[in-house]
Design a protein around this ligand. Structure first.
Ligand SMILES: Cc1ncc(COP(=O)(O)O)c(C=O)c1O
Length: 413
């Protein structure tokens, strides 16, 4: 691991830990991940530096939250611009950033998911989604998967189904959990149940397009309907891929079938996209798209603000209207700073770099001793086509040069 030659001046590690022990809630001691805590000082894109200047490649991203990179220059610029214009007002007034943002966010969701309510966190978003589902359907029961995490507020603690996050207090009335269709560690699952190169070691002989394991797990959901809830339910919450529960991928078509059964019982289907949204799964902008389903409500947070506290509930006009009968207010949800940051996160696009920028990177790579090609309709593609006698060492050398050139480019912007 590369080590930088400097170390920051600031509060010593010992003093930070002393204060953490004395003045911070004991929970902060419990959540410190490693035996020796990691003392973070600074971040840039995928990199973090600790207080001694040691560099880490951050593949956890502040718990799946840094979506486009630590201190991404475009996000930082948007925040700076908004900080100089208007940091805070609430939606009792009309101001451009919230409208620009809501329109932009809605344009990234399919019809009829076009109505946005902004919050400060995922727990808040899920709280609201629970309330909306109950008001809209007139039903109370909500079903989630065992092993799920949907938040730590009193209501969402009921959705969450992990013992470590439970407390012996009266929470989560009306929340029931059902077996998680985990074909990797669960009791059913075979060699091609899920849409992933990683499968369980168990064999199965399912015909193309049919999954026996999925049917077994659907039977479990039906048992839950028969035994644990009223005949009509308010909602079914599921992450498209379970995050805190251990990156659990469900068998193909499970969600499709589950959504059908939930709707037959009057319930709404809610996709918790707090971890999977905003392109995190790679293939799709939203995790639910990978299951070919259309939720009634989508909740989101974390990556939405690239580290700025933000969340959202997006739903249909009819469901939103059912909530509009009362009055709900959120001081910070959708404030101008949050909306400007959120907008800049969505704008981190795949648009090609301009030819001058491509050239600058191209030249830099050559100056560091590597020749590559260029192509594409906009001259946007670096073409790397080495002779096939290339060694692993050469490939590593190229990657470090390429990374360095991108880093140089980002720093100059
Ligand atoms: C899937 C999921 N939903 C909801 C939440 C709660 O979000 P927040 O911590 O912003 O309240 C989390 C947090 O880890 C999460 O992973």
């Amino acid at each position: 691991m590369a080590k930088w030659l400097w170390s920051i001046q600031g509060m010593s590690k010992e003093r930070m830990m002393e204060i953490r022990g004395r003045n911070c809630h004991p929970m902060t001691m419990k959540v410190t991940l490693y035996k020796e805590p990691v003392f973070i000082h600074q971040g840039h894109m995928q990199w973090l530096w600790d207080v001694d200047g040691r560099r880490y490649l951050d593949l956890f991203a502040g718990v799946a939250t840094i979506s486009v990179g630590h201190c991404h220059p475009k996000v930082t610029a948007a925040a700076e611009r908004q900080l100089r214009t208007l940091v805070h007002t609430t939606n009792i007034y009309v101001y451009p950033p919230i409208h620009e943002y809501c329109e932009k966010l809605a344009s990234n969701l399919p019809d009829p998911l076009k109505v946005v309510y902004l919050t400060n966190s995922g727990s808040e978003a899920n709280d609201l989604a629970m309330c909306m589902a109950r008001l809209y359907t007139g039903n109370f029961d909500i079903i989630t998967f065992r092993g799920s995490y949907h938040g730590g507020s009193p209501q969402t603690m009921g959705l969450t189904s992990l013992v470590d996050y439970k407390y012996p207090v009266g929470i989560g009335l009306g929340c029931t959990n059902t077996m998680c269709p985990d074909v990797f560690r669960g009791i059913w699952g075979g060699s091609h149940c899920r849409d992933s190169p990683v499968q369980t070691t168990r064999e199965c002989n399912c015909a193309q397009g049919y999954c026996v394991a999925s049917q077994h797990y659907i039977e479990q959901l039906k048992q839950t309907f028969l035994t644990s809830v009223w005949s009509r339910i308010a909602a079914f919450f599921a992450e498209p891929i379970q995050g805190v529960g251990g990156a659990v991928q469900y068998p193909k078509n499970f969600l499709k079938e589950a959504y059908k059964l939930v709707r037959e019982r009057g319930g709404l289907c809610i996709a918790d996209e707090v971890q999977t949204g905003f392109g995190r799964t790679g293939s799709h902008f939203w995790g639910f798209q990978g299951h070919d389903v259309l939720p009634d409500i989508v909740t989101m947070a974390k990556g939405i603000g690239n580290g700025f506290p933000m969340g959202a509930v997006v739903t249909t006009r009819e469901i939103a209207d059912a909530f509009a009968g009362g009055f709900h207010f959120n001081t910070f949800g959708g404030n101008p700073l949050a909306c400007s940051i959120g907008s800049s996160v969505i704008d981190a696009s795949r648009a090609p770099l301009c030819p001058q920028d491509m050239l600058a990177i191209f030249e830099d790579i050559k100056d560091m001793g590597i020749l590559i090609g260029k192509g594409g309709m906009y001259g946007q593609t670096f073409r790397i086509k080495p002779p096939m006698c290339i060694t692993m060492e050469d490939a590593h050398f190229f990657l470090s040069v390429f990374n360095k050139s991108i880093q140089n480019y980002m720093e100059k912007r």
